[in-house]
Design a protein around this ligand. Structure first.
Ligand code: MIC
Ligand code: SF4
Length: 642
């Protein structure tokens, strides 16, 4: 039996377990990345593990999320990360150098290697044939220390592309089409491999748009083969030596195959408040637009920016629209400036923002009240933009630029001829914004700089055999980590200050939750299906840990969040019978006895002391996960194991 691309990389990196779908495997990790919003915690955890130098082939710390610096908090975090990076052997990508995924793709990613990052869009590098996965900060900390990364051996899906995209239709529309087909839950537990003749028409930045948004499907990761197009991209980056060819075997076995004919696709739009709420631009044409944002790790490559510049060239944006452009990296911005395309963008009336996540994570540029914002980003969850009642629509750069000109959602094909762009044969390489670590011999004398914003890790405790707790919060399906631990300009500066962050836990759903949880002492949260989808932020587990959450009972969990809960020592139980969800009411007192035994058998009985109902729960974990839960989480577990 032949192998898929992901299986080939897994085979090369597996350190324990067997490549049997559904069973736990441990992988050796070649590269790691962090960004600043999750990085500070990840490095606090790395320091707690106590290893003198990273043991990966390459680790990079990016600053791209918290770049507002509206007080000392972000600046303190940046200095801390910079000092840790220097001491422990990590490259430091300064603020302004660009969005982690875009820069990693350009400068560091290598086909055939494994990468984990404390950010859910790490699969972007799957665009060049890397096995790249989003993970919790603690998992990244362990991998930096040379530890393995544990995942469930994924199912293998294949998307076969045929044909060629029509003018005005682009990679983002492919992402939206697959979201329409599979939904935000459709990729859970799977690696999505893209193949077929159609991929030969897609450049690396286009492929990276597609692997980036595979995250929205809940997939473990997405991957393209490494071929002539990958080679040309790496050569243009001056990294031809990093190329290795990689493709699946002709007799590889897939659990599901989906065919998409690129030539049948049209410009698409994901409507509020979910990336899979997809309609065609034509259907929505005429909807008034207040704001347009172009950028984010999904659509900020030079290809996307040049395309936008060509559409805007010689024109003026509508008076009623505010347009922002955030190039994905310093390299993209430089090429835009050198080619003159930047002037075309600015002349149209756009606002140029820095090369960072910016509006995507609510760091400025929030829409007006009840505003309609068209964004080339990957997430449109309620409130994420910073304006609770705004309607955020996800679109391609083509649809975005068209709406900026017309003031309404427009099928860009109505604009006439699709302007051509010319990509440079070689990119201008300048890594001056990447600071190298200190030589090993100097490392011990390098101080770690910790400002007052940086608070320590929340207290953990070993598991007790009986859990008696209050059902302090009951929520529905598809709860995102943006609901659990919102981001945005007001909150993001406190990512290294869990006590302060805790005041905002679940603020989007229920502002009084933190107070109630504190009063209850011990809390169980009840959720529906796909609980914890979206961002990888481990704060969505660490803050509940701080607030006394001992368990979450849900119909199902998203992969990274379930791992983060276990890492934090919080038990993710699933209902044996999903209908039992309806039997539980917020405010009830719940009791689970015999937890030690339950973790062994994989079954627990939850008694609702208020109603007398008894509900069967599933708690099937691997030996390692069980040991972590018993110890009170990954940190105490790792310390015990050392
Ligand atoms: C996001 O897009 O939600 C983020 C911000 O990049 C997160 C990480 C975070 O919360 O810091 C992600 O996707 O993992
Ligand atoms: Fe940054 Fe947005 Fe990408 Fe997250 S999704 S890494 S916030 S650009």
């Amino acid at each position: 039996m032949g192998y898929t691309i992901a299986e080939k990389i897994i085979k090369e990196h597996i350190v324990s377990g067997e490549m049997v779908r559904g069973s736990e495997i441990a992988l050796r990790i070649d590269q790691t990345l962090t960004q600043d919003a999750t990085g500070t915690m990840a490095y606090i955890e790395f320091e707690a593990i106590g290893i003198p130098r990273v043991r990966t082939e390459l680790s990079v710390a990016y600053i791209d999320h918290n770049t507002l610096q509206s007080g000392f908090e972000n600046a303190d975090d940046h200095l801390y990360i910079q000092s840790v990076a220097k001491k422990y052997g990590i490259r430091f990508s300064r603020p302004g150098n660009g969005i982690c995924h875009q820069v990693h793709l350009e400068r560091f990613g290598k086909p055939g290697k494994t990468l984990i990052g404390s950010d859910s869009h790490t699969p972007t590098c799957g665009g060049i044939g890397m096995l790249a996965m989003g993970a919790g900060g603690m998992d990244v900390a362990v991998a930096m220390g040379g530890g393995a990364y544990y995942i469930t051996m994924p199912k293998m899906y294949k998307v076969n592309l045929t044909g060629k995209l029509s003018p005005w239709v682009s990679a983002k529309d492919v992402s939206l089409e697959i979201l329409r087909i599979l939904s935000v839950k459709g990729g859970v537990g799977a690696v999505i491999e893209w193949g077929g003749e159609g991929i030969k028409t897609l450049s690396v930045p286009e492929r990276a748009t597609i692997t980036n948004m595979g995250t929205e499907l809940g997939a473990t990761t997405s991957i393209f083969p490494s071929d002539e197009i990958t080679k040309a991209f790496l050569e243009a980056q001056g990294r031809g030596e990093d190329f290795t060819p990689l493709e699946s075997d002709p007799d590889a076995v897939y659990d599901r195959v989906i065919d998409i004919d690129l030539s049948t696709l049209e410009p698409l739009v994901a409507c509020p408040h979910s990336p899979d709420n997809v309609k065609s631009a034509k259907e929505l044409a005429g909807t008034k637009v207040d704001q347009v944002c172009i950028g984010s790790c999904t659509n900020s490559s030079l290809r996307d920016m040049l395309r936008v510049a060509a559409i805007l060239k010689g024109k003026k944006i509508k008076d009623s629209v505010s347009l922002s452009i955030s190039p994905g990296s310093k390299q993209v911005l430089t090429a835009l400036a050198d080619s003159g395309a930047l002037s075309d963008i600015i002349a149209s009336g756009a606002r140029l923002l820095e090369c960072a996540c910016g509006p995507c994570i609510g760091m400025g540029f929030s829409p007006n009240s009840a505003g309609v914002s068209l964004r080339t980003f990957n997430r449109n969850f309620e409130g994420r933009s910073g304006t609770k009642d705004a309607g955020v629509y996800l679109v391609s750069p083509e649809v975005a630029a068209a709406a900026a000109l017309t003031g309404v959602i427009t099928d860009p094909r109505d604009l006439g001829e699709y302007p051509d762009i010319t990509m440079p044969e070689k990119f201008k390489i300048n890594d001056s914004a990447v600071i190298m670590p200190a030589p090993v011999e100097d490392a011990p004398s390098i101080p770690v700089i910790k400002g007052p914003n940086i608070k320590s890790f929340p207290d953990t405790a070993p598991l007790a055999d009986t859990l008696e707790a209050n059902l302090t919060l009951k929520v529905g399906d598809n709860i995102t980590t943006d609901h659990i631990m919102p981001a945005g300009a007001k909150i993001l500066p406190y990512r290294s200050n869990i006590p302060h962050l805790s005041k905002f836990c679940f603020a989007v759903c229920d502002e009084s939750f933190p107070e109630r949880a504190k009063a209850a002492g011990k809390t169980v949260i009840v959720g529906g299906s796909n609980y914890g989808q979206g961002s990888s932020r481990e704060h969505a587990a660490l803050v509940p840990l701080y607030l006394g959450v001992k368990a979450v009972v849900a119909k199902s969990f998203a992969r990274i969040h379930a791992a983060n809960l276990i890492n934090a020592g919080i038990i993710p139980f699933t209902f044996a019978n999903g209908d039992d969800y309806d039997k539980l009411t917020q405010g009830d007192t719940l009791k689970i006895e015999g937890l030690f035994e339950a973790l062994e058998s994989g079954r627990a009985v939850l008694k609702d002391e208020t109603t007398g109902d008894e509900i069967e729960l599933i708690c099937e974990f691997t030996d390692r996960q069980r040991a972590m839960l018993l110890a009170g989480g990954l940190l105490p577990y790792t310390k015990e194991a050392k």
